[in-house]
Design a protein around this ligand. Structure first.
Ligand code: FPP
Length: 261
């Protein structure tokens, strides 16, 4: 992905003491970064605020992360915004989140146009309230020709449901005679997942110190490097993103093999 060095240096000027752009090897950036944005509720309640204030504050972190990834030249960014299990939250919180998704998307569309970001959605959008669903479809449609970074948002997403969906699709193709069961391999499954276009994340970031996958990208994270940040999502910023990339670059990725010396 092309990057503008002037804009990049400007965006990352005035770094904190422990990390800067110089710590990053720009030739070895992860092509796909994925984020479990966790801790919005705790961020808000620790300030005596309603949980929804945490989600609103989380939008700022997402915007900063999108811009930082564009500046760095990351090809694909994905983020877990709403899981299939999140419907169990109080109705008021669910309603506020759905309204926030629609509002945010409308507000951020100019950013996507300006930064050439293409929007993709992972998950079953049909269950979303009409306004939210239509706004997402509009975002996908309006950014379809953008050639810069792809932003894949997981909304009403559950990894097991995603794998079940792919298995069903393959079973139907076998029943229809367009697929032979003997030809089903890892690529056949991967190409039927929501990530068919963005591929597997090389780096997964989870905020708020939690050590769980929470039914997120179970297939796709098989060989990803994990970075767990103690920051709550609304406190996540461009510098913590650099720390995560720096940590990623310090790892030896072996994919189950050994590294030849
Ligand atoms: C997890 O924190 C966060 C969410 C369930 C929602 C994340 C959504 C946003 C940041 C808004 C993004 C906007 C768009 C358009 C995608 P939590 O509520 O589980 O926090 P807790 O663990 O502290 O309770």
């Amino acid at each position: 992905m092309d990057r503008d060095e002037t804009k990049l240096n400007f965006y990352f000027c005035n770094p904190p003491a422990d990390v800067s752009l110089d710590d990053i090897d720009h030739g070895r950036l992860p092509r796909h970064i994925s984020i479990i944005m966790d801790g919005n509720g705790r961020w808000a309640t620790s300030r005596g605020l309603d949980r929804s204030a945490g989600h609103e504050a989380g939008v700022k972190s997402l915007r900063e992360t999108i811009t930082a990834c564009v500046r760095l030249g990351i090809d694909n960014l994905s983020a877990y915004a709403f899981s299939t299990e999140n419907w169990k939250r109080p109705q008021r919180e669910v309603d506020l989140l759905m309204a926030l998704f629609a509002k945010t998307l409308v507000k951020e569309l100019p950013l996507f146009h300006r930064e050439n970001v293409r929007l993709e959605l992972m998950g079953d959008l049909e269950a979303l309230p009409e306004r939210t669903r239509k706004t997402f479809y509009r975002g996908i449609e309006e950014t379809a020709d953008h050639t810069g970074m792809t932003l894949a948002l997981a909304v009403n997403y559950g990894s097991r449901a995603e794998i079940v969906r792919a298995a069903r699709e393959l079973a139907q193709e076998c029943a229809a005679g367009t697929m032979d069961a003997a030809d089903i391999d890892a690529d056949a499954i991967a190409s039927r997942l929501y990530t068919a276009n963005v591929g597997d994340p090389e780096l997964l970031i989870r905020t708020s110190g939690e050590l769980r996958l929470s039914n997120y990208l179970l297939w796709q994270l098989a060989y990803s490097e994990f970075y767990v940040s103690d920051l709550l999502w609304p406190d996540f910023d461009r510098w913590e993103l650099l720390r995560a990339i720096k940590s990623f670059q310090s790892r030896e990725r072996r994919f189950g093999g050994v590294v030849s010396k």
